[in-house]
Design a protein around this ligand. Structure first.
Ligand code: 2MQ
Length: 372
């Protein structure tokens, strides 16, 4: 039995909720869970240097197969020694498989059993992605954790459509497992789908768990459904997954969604939100969102968040950051991006501490009281 590339160690279960304290060990280090993973779609977490990401406690970051396949090409990244070498990041890297990005970015032509035909969103060129092609690209990129090639169906699609979709996604997952060249150094996760349908989530989970992946992602969420609907799906989906393997909720999220996902047994999260809203001057604070570009902050010489200990909050004021954003000074985006990423990574640190002391529900109540 070869040692798998990624192993999960469940350290402690919260007494009052489904939350778990754990650690995930990868070829590039061991990281505490629950964890938030900053998104670096094109091999860069926008505006952040690797040293800054390390300083704020980021362990695993994301990159996207679809984007890197188009530019600069997986062969170039492989020639550079793989993503870690190429982007000078020696901690964890997870690559998404391209399925979701194709559906959300490219002009779709059609989905067949073989794979997905579509147009390159940059130049309209006809392209084709199959499970085998996506896995080959992820093998070349060299991420520690790879996603299976899946279809993320619209949450509100019909039962029949989603049933056909998850059955094909499970066949794609099996094809991906067979095509995977480096299982000893790269862990391939299965992605559970099924929309809002309990029976389909059960069928998808059953199919994927029988293929014995080293970890499982929960897909098909954070695609426009309400937070209540997402939490309801999590309520019946996480218990279907093996306790001794990591669970990754894709594309989530906001501070409240992170807490509610942890409570329902999720270990890993990713979202572009912190860096995306930072670029238009919206900051996450313990008292909710703060749009620092607003005129009311022009002479506000307090930090973005008086309870935050990040580089931006220790050294700069709302007035200065607002000035930078208003004058299109790039340093402004760097400060808001740094702060938002730090805010979510620090939130995960607080959540892990709360699980350790069995006071996660109290922490949730305190957090929501202030966050609004
Ligand atoms: C922002 N919301 C969101 N929902 C997702 C679902 C999938 C999903 O169902 N499958 C895959 N492969 N990726 C997803 C992603 C991208 C995660 N970086 C999602 N993002």
């Amino acid at each position: 039995m070869t040692t798998p590339a990624v192993t999960y160690n469940l350290i402690k279960k919260d007494k009052h909720t489904g939350a778990r304290l754990g650690q995930i060990t990868t070829p590039h280090g061991t990281f505490d869970t629950p964890m938030f993973m900053p998104v670096g779609t094109q091999a860069s977490v926008k505006a952040m240097a690797p040293e800054e990401l390390k300083e704020m406690g980021a362990g695993v970051i994301l990159a996207n197969t679809y984007h890197l396949w188009l530019r600069p090409g997986e062969d170039l990244v492989e020639e550079a020694g793989g993503l870690h070498q190429f982007m000078n990041w020696d901690q964890g890297i997870l690559t998404d498989s391209g399925g979701f990005q194709v559906f959300s970015l490219a002009e779709l032509r059609n989905i067949t059993e073989e794979g997905v035909h579509f147009k390159n969103h940059l130049n309209g060129q006809k392209l084709f992605l199959s499970p085998e092609k996506a896995i080959a690209i992820e093998n070349a990129l060299g991420a520690d954790i790879m996603m299976s090639f899946d279809e993320c169906p619209p949450f509100f699609e019909s039962y029949d459509y989603i049933k056909k979709s998850i059955e094909r996604t499970s066949r794609w997952a099996e094809r991906g497992l067979r095509a995977h060249k480096n299982p000893q150094t790269q862990a391939l996760f299965g992605i559970v789908q099924g929309g809002g349908h309990k029976a389909l989530r059960e069928q998808s989970a059953r199919d994927l768990v029988s293929l014995d992946f080293p970890g499982y992602s929960i897909g098909g969420l954070s695609v426009g459904e309400s937070k209540a609907e997402m939490n309801h799906v999590l309520d019946f989906t996480t218990p279907l997954l093996p306790e001794n393997k990591p669970r990754y909720l894709m594309g989530v999220g906001s501070p409240d969604a992170l807490i509610d996902g942890v409570i329902r047994g999720v270990d890993m999260f990713d979202c572009v939100l912190p860096t995306r809203i930072a670029r238009n001057g919206t900051c996450m604070t313990s008292k909710g969102r703060l749009v620092v570009k607003n005129a009311k902050y022009a002479r506000d010489f307090r930090p973005l968040d008086e309870k935050c200990n990040c580089y931006a909050c220790r050294n700069y004021t709302r007035a200065y950051i607002r000035h930078l954003l208003k004058t299109d000074e790039i340093f402004g985006l760097r400060l808001t991006s740094y702060h938002n990423l730090y805010f979510l990574l620090d939130l995960m640190r607080k959540i892990r501490a709360a699980i350790k002391e069995d006071r996660l529900l109290d922490f949730r109540a305190e957090f929501f009281e202030e966050y609004g």
